[in-house]
Design a protein around this ligand. Structure first.
Ligand code: BTN
Length: 347
């Protein structure tokens, strides 16, 4: 576990099963318990319904407890979930994402190195557009610019989606904007204050980072073979590790209450689907307009840019049609087109 040693089985057109992925029957157990939170379900009934032994049910219940699901055992009667389990169970998500490309293949892990690494591996072996990889915990979560992404187990959303867009690599920055807008809108639904987007796609609340997105792809100069958009959102962390306290926040810290990660993920992916469709049918204009509406970084913001080994100060001057940030340098060297790099507010 923790490493992707694909590939165990690859039946014709069936989903590829990655090593360490949550067992389909374990997922069924979770769904069964989740749907019967008010009653005690007998071990024998569970075993029969999902096709395993009672001993296996007991072992999986132990596993769920380790993952933070509060399952109560009743002597000779069975099990019941004390609290709605906030595990990102694929069966439940699949139903709620029906009709989107994200409801077809969902790979769930209790522990993995990085969902992006797994999704890139799945891209390589031909998994279809819309495949989703989720993890309760990442041991080597990756962020932009070689940084790492650290998140407490089962407190946030760690999700990567595999896309096979018919786009040129030059348009890839727009995928990144699409993902940022989707995550921002989902967060906005549960927050009082409107979240901001720091170009290209950090979602901020009160200037602190709530969500980060890492887009990776395999491409040729004129064709994207596949792209992976990895979304990390801080949801139910009660506090941030000391090193991140000044720069990061969670939805719980902002609202004072816990939120369902499953509901949030469904909102993110549904919004993603809507923006992605809009982008494919209408081009980049509506995406750029929406970005201008919700991001204070779009225009007129004094920023510090670090890109290509150089740091400079400038004032943001909109995005070009492919999503590249335009910045008017304060050192008089004109407008800079920023394709990638670190953007921070300059005091
Ligand atoms: C950043 O802001 O630097 C990007 C962070 C991206 C983190 C997510 S969590 C899910 C996916 N898997 C990873 O290893 N990284 C992304």
């Amino acid at each position: 576990m923790g490493r992707v040693c694909f590939l165990l089985t690859m039946p014709k057109r069936a989903a590829i099963v990655l090593s360490g992925a949550t067992d389909r029957r374990m997922d069924a157990l979770l769904t069964l318990l989740s749907e019967n939170t008010t009653i005690v379900v007998s071990g024998a009934k569970i075993a029969k319904e999902i096709g395993v032994t009672r001993h296996q049910v007991w072992r999986w219940v132990e596993r769920l407890r380790e993952a933070g699901v509060r399952v109560k055992g009743h002597a000779r009667m069975g099990y019941h979930v004390e609290r709605w389990p906030d595990v990102l169970a694929p069966q439940l998500l699949r139903r709620r994402l029906y009709g989107t490309p994200f409801g077809r293949r969902i790979h769930h892990f209790f522990k993995i190195d990085s969902t992006n690494t797994a999704a890139m591996a799945l891209g390589e072996v031909g998994e279809p557009h819309g495949t989703v990889v989720l993890a309760e915990e990442q041991t080597a979560g990756r962020g932009r610019a070689g940084r790492s992404w650290i998140a407490e187990k089962s407190a946030g959303i760690q999700c990567s989606v595999l896309l096979r867009p018919r786009l040129a690599p030059a348009q890839a920055p727009l995928l990144t904007l699409v993902a940022g807008l989707a995550a921002r809108d989902a967060a906005a639904d549960v927050l009082d204050a409107a979240p901001d987007i720091r170009w290209p796609n950090d979602v901020l609340v009160g200037g602190k980072k709530l969500c980060g997105i890492l887009t990776e792809m395999r491409a040729e100069p004129d064709k994207i073979h596949y792209a992976v958009v990895g979304i990390g959102m801080n949801v139910n962390q009660a506090k941030m590790p000391a090193a991140l306290q000044a720069i990061a926040t969670s939805l719980r810290m902002e609202t004072g209450k816990s939120h369902s990660r499953a509901e949030l993920l469904i909102r993110i992916l549904r919004q993603f689907d809507a923006y992605y469709d809009q982008f494919l049918t209408e081009g980049s204009a509506p995406i750029l307009r929406r970005f201008a509406e919700v991001s204070s970084y779009f225009q007129g913001k004094r920023v510090r840019i670090t890109a290509n080994g150089e740091t400079f100060i400038g004032i943001t001057a909109g995005l070009d049609p492919s999503g590249v940030l335009r910045v008017a340098r304060t050192d008089g060297r004109g407008i800079e087109a920023v394709h990638s790099g670190d953007v921070g507010e300059a005091g």
